[in-house]
Design a binder for this molecule. Structure first.
Ligand SMILES: *Cc1c(COP(=O)(O)O)cnc(C)c1O
Length: 247
């Protein structure tokens, strides 16, 4: 995951990554369909979240013109600038990056989904700051199954208590879990990590949580994630090209 400063400049819209957005989108959709087929599930049950971090409004507009509606962003300031430039009410914005407390109000006001809730204080602020009249913010709790201390996400042992508390907050609707396992080219290891997330999801459901969303899988491991039950895959590189941080 990229963790650059929020002030970084966006990639020029005319960069090499801009080529053939609809062909890239179709190729990703075909990967999703093949994996869903192999998993024995309906491809329509796996949603594609286009992760547009570091790419500008024109790149988002080009992918949106191919029919994509759901976009994921990691950095608040960058996302707000893009949203202001696009002003497209048909787009659905998901916040998927680390959340600092001083950013919660703007996130609650400008996003439909947040995938990266990993502590109660942040959840409470998002709930309290969700504007009256807006539908509840749709949230996933980020879990850390790799045990990497440097990564975000709540540990499996703390998950049930956090899920219980988040599910009682009026401004939020708890939809499920998100995970970013340590990247590995080993498909068996990818599946083992996603399988752990799936087990945590199943055990929350068994405790009575009405969850329907498993946000897992990126450009390099979406097949393994779908085989383990992903319902949202978050795809950046395969759609937009390699990210290039300027400045
Ligand atoms: C950047 C990012 C993605 C997309 O990753 P790719 O490997 O480019 O597909 C997905 N999820 C999160 C949380 C990210 O930060």
């Amino acid at each position: 995951m990229d963790n650059g400063p929020e002030t970084r400049k966006l990639e020029p819209e005319t960069g090499s990554a801009a080529g053939a957005p609809c062909a890239r989108l179709q190729a990703v959709q075909a990967r999703i369909a093949r994996a869903a087929d192999e998993a024995g599930c309906d491809p329509a049950t796996v949603a594609l979240l286009a992760v547009s971090k570091t790419f500008g409004a024109a790149a988002v507009r080009a992918v949106a013109a191919c029919g994509q509606r759901e976009f994921g962003e990691n950095y608040l300031q960058e996302a707000l600038e893009k949203q202001a430039e696009l002003r497209d009410p048909t787009l659905v914005w998901h916040f998927i990056g680390p959340i600092q407390s001083n950013k919660t109000r703007a996130i609650a006001e400008n996003f439909s989904w947040v995938h990266s809730v990993d502590r109660l204080k942040i959840a409470e602020r998002l709930s309290a700051q969700r504007p009256p009249g807006f539908p509840p913010l749709q949230v996933c709790i980020e879990v850390n199954v790799s045990g990497e201390a440097s990564k975000g996400g709540v540990g499996p042992a703390e998950l049930p208590a956090l899920a219980g508390a988040v599910s009682r907050l009026p401004g939020l609707q708890l939809r499920g879990l998100m995970a970013i396992p340590a990247p590995t080219p080993d498909v068996a290891a990818q599946r083992a990590a996603f399988g752990q997330v799936r087990e945590l999801f199943d055990s929350l459901r068994a405790r009575g949580h009405g969850l329907d969303t498993l946000s897992m899988g990126m450009s390099g491991d979406l097949e393994a994630a779908i085989l383990e039950g992903a319902t949202i895959v978050r795809i950046g590189t395969a759609l937009f090209g390699e990210r290039n941080y300027l400045g």
